[in-house]
Write a protein that binds this ligand. Structure first.
Ligand code: GLN
Ligand code: ZN
Length: 757
């Protein structure tokens, strides 16, 4: 019974890769330094995994930026704008694809988007008519040589051709990129031919199969994998799937002439039988048992039940044990976390510990001694299940009393808006911003000094009030209608609330790669979520004391807090979300009691939480939207609830967006030239919308006329008295000078639009 790892975090325990890469970009380190650091990390990570008892070690999971970009280089799929002339893709070209380069004729970076439902972002391959492909990188071969030379049983890992093409984009969009499948498979054949002599297994990742796919695509799997298996010769191909069940494609998968299939049994344990019962003689079944997406210990008793079922069906020697997916999505090593509550830490496992868990599971499954570890695992789970840290009686009791009325405003929007308008007295096309203002070095320094204890509470409060006063003054000067306090006290829209809620904890070093050299450190929700006291009221009260204009209360919504945290796995996510919703609700009610007339509850992560398969969307959206409403509906009709979402496609979820029943939703719309707004028009969206009129991702100051034109377009889609005027998103990454200019133009554009629309 082999154990294997699908991939290990790349950054290193001290984020060495981030440091050397950023230094290289700044010109402080040379290419040699960069490559050497990479090589050191690879060897160290193989050593760690092997040391924990993993049999087959991943090769090619390491990347200097992204594994999809590595595959672009491997296949020579470099877009024409980089002026690459063939041969081997060099480091410079590689990073120019990732980051763009104004120096080389201004080629823009390749697009980046979320890797399935993770917070990891990959580089989107581009496919055009007439494009050719050829083997253009030796990375995977070199790394395999390194691993073999170091004495490891190595398993090269590459994105499979279907996932590579499926996740790419056609340029122009009408082009059928599947035209290139044969040419791309030809390069894969060459790659596999070269790898096969040095390894027993090659893993091709096809997580695309966790999505709904057209038969036109799945029908091509058999022929392609026939070619690939032939090219791989004596090496066996393991087709890896993850992030969801693939039983809807079981027939396709089981018909492939490959050596094995990997299935994610953490996300979809119920799919085991669909594969185990029908597994062809020649195939291994790799069980994804250890959660590669979370920080908790595996429940060994539960995992072993699955192993036993698989063994019964196919025999121990055709079963492989693995994490559910690459460990890329977990922090590296729990032993670095000395600051965590000792009990909570006892329930956790990071990448290193997850590798060790595989070995225990294997020993237990084949009847070798694992009693001690199994007992310890059981004890940790028992303690967790009965710990007062995970179950707060007051929260439990309150959850029982949640009813449907609590998730409903008293009257519908059309009636609420009358009292809101009376109270707020806003002009047509009111202007506002999304919440944050530029986070200047001074703001960051102040927060850091407070966090480190170098600045006392009183001094910190005073400094923050200074930043708030500055932002209120600027907004008044600009003539905005609904003001914000500016969010200077928040370094992150989830962490800020997590730190004030019971049930959350924070790691010191739990970094996870987000994209390129960027890492995030998500909060961990380990217990019942409870709000001990108001979280934002003082700041908003102070801001409101400085102006006669309404200041928006500013909160992060329950789904977004859930989505951007590591979430406890001992109860359904929907339950945890409902607890967060109650905490946010209390804050909303407190803000209202303090006289706040407008409260914004941001939900930028609602869409990204969508399950991969459409038939599961409804269930998620039903509870997600209900949680938002629960958080928003404790107020009276004359209190106006706003929500905000960043760039998202709204067409296919518009009925749920409407069901959120916010009085106003602001969305990112400028880059799509208001196209994203059309979903609202088609649906006859009943409430108000603030389609962003300028892109906050760039320092460019949009001219007045451009924003007037966008508003005109918007007015063709929705009634003018349902429209707000605001930027696409928060302004925290911008500088003050461009922000002032852009907002001044925006206010002017609103004034013009009021005259002509
Ligand atoms: N209120 C937040 C801000 O302005 C919203 C950020 C977001 O949508 N991601 O920064
Ligand atoms: Zn946003």
């Amino acid at each position: 019974m082999l154990t294997h790892s699908l991939g290990f975090p790349r950054m290193g325990i001290d984020r060495e890769l981030k440091k050397v890469t950023e230094a290289y970009w700044k010109g402080e380190k040379g290419e040699q330094d960069l490559l050497e650091q990479g090589a050191q990390l690879r060897v160290r990570h193989w050593e760690i995994q092997a040391g924990q008892g993993v049999d087959l070690l991943p090769v090619g999971d390491f990347s200097h930026y992204d594994h999809m970009l590595d595959t672009v280089a491997l296949l020579g799929a470099v877009p024409a704008r980089y002026g690459w002339e063939g041969g081997s893709v060099d480091t410079d070209t590689y990073f120019r694809m990732a980051r763009g380069d104004a120096g080389h004729g201004g080629a823009t970076a390749m697009e980046m988007t979320k890797w399935f439902d993770t917070n990891y972002h990959y580089i989107v391959p581009e496919f055009t008519e007439g494009q050719t492909f050829s083997l253009s990188s030796t990375k995977i071969f070199d790394e395999l040589d390194e691993a073999v030379a170091a004495g490891y049983a190595a398993k090269p890992v590459l994105p499979g051709p279907f996932t590579f093409i499926g996740l790419g984009k056609s340029v122009p969009p009408g082009f059928d990129r599947w035209e290139h499948l044969d040419a791309i498979v030809a390069v894969y054949e060459e790659v596999l031919g070269r790898l096969s002599a040095k390894c027993a297994w090659v893993q091709l990742d096809e997580p695309l199969l966790a999505l709904d796919l057209d038969a036109a695509v799945t029908d091509r799997f058999a022929a392609v994998y026939e070619r690939l298996a032939t090219a791989a010769g004596s090496a066996k191909i393991l087709v890896a799937t993850y992030f969801g069940g693939v039983d809807h494609h079981a027939e396709t998968l089981l018909s492939l002439p490959v050596g094995g299939v990997h299935v994610d049994l953490v996300r979809a344990p119920e799919q085991l039988d669909a594969f185990a019962a029908r597994l062809p003689e020649a195939m291994h079944l790799s069980l994804g048992l250890v959660d590669g997406r979370n920080v908790w210990k595996v429940d060994m008793d539960k995992a072993l039940e699955l192993v036993d079922r698989a063994v019964l069906a196919v025999g121990a020697d055709r079963v492989m044990l693995a994490p559910s997916c690459s460990l890329l999505h977990t922090p590296v090593d729990l032993s670095a976390e000395t600051g965590l509550d000792a009990q909570v830490r006892e329930w956790m496992a990071f990448a290193v510990q997850k590798c060790a868990e595989l070995d225990v599971l294997r020993r237990a499954a084949v009847g070798q001694d694992a009693q001690e570890e199994l007992a310890a695992n059981r004890a940790a789970w028992d303690a967790r299940r009965s710990s007062p840290l995970t179950a707060n009686a007051a929260v439990r009791e309150r959850m029982e009393s949640v009813n449907e009325t609590m998730a409903r405003r008293v009257r519908p929007y059309a009636e609420r808006i009358v009292s809101q308008r009376e109270r707020l007295k806003l002009p047509l096309l009111p202007t506002t911003t999304i919440g944050s203002f530029p986070q200047t070095p001074e703001i960051r320094r102040t927060r850091l000094a407070f966090k480190k204890g170098e600045l006392a509470k009183a001094g910190y409060t005073q400094a923050m009030q200074g930043f708030i006063a500055e932002s209120i003054e600027k907004q008044e000067q600009l003539g905005l209608d609904v003001l914000v306090h500016g969010e200077a006290e928040r370094n992150d829209m989830v962490e800020y609330f997590g730190e004030q809620l019971d049930g959350f904890c924070f790691t010191a070093n739990g970094w996870v790669q987000s994209y390129g050299s960027r890492c995030v450190k998500p909060p961990v929700i380990f217990g019942d979520v409870f709000r001990p006291g108001p979280m934002t009221v003082e700041w908003i009260r102070y801001a409101q004391s400085l102006t006669d204009k309404p200041v928006k209360g500013m909160l992060t919504g329950p789904v977004t807090i859930l989505q951007w945290s590591f979430v406890r796995d001992d109860q359904p996510r929907s339950e945890t979300c409902r607890q967060i919703a109650l905490a946010v609700r209390d804050e909303v009610v407190d803000l209202e009691a303090d006289g706040v007339a407008v409260i914004q509850i941001d939900e930028p992560a609602l869409r990204e939480g969508l399950p991969l398969r459409r038939d599961l969307w409804k269930e998620y959206l039903d509870w997600g939207v209900e949680c938002f409403r629960l958080s928003a509906s404790g107020v009276q009709d004359h209190t106006q609830i706003h929500t905000h979402m960043c760039y998202a496609e709204f067409n296919d979820i518009i009925e749920w967006i409407a069901a959120m029943d916010a009085d106003v939703i602001s969305i990112e719309a400028s880059r799509s030239n208001m196209e994203l707004l059309e979903a609202f028009g088609r649906f006859d969206y009943p409430a108000e919308v603030g389609p962003g009129v300028y892109d906050i991702h760039s320092p460019r100051v949009p001219p007045v006329q451009e924003m007037v034109d966008l508003l005109r377009r918007a007015s063709k889609v929705l009634p003018v008295d349902h429209l707000w005027v605001n930027p696409d998103c928060g302004l925290k990454t911008r500088g003050w000078p461009e922000t002032m200019e852009a907002l001044a133009n925006m206010v002017e554009a609103a004034a013009k639009a009021r005259e002509i629309l």
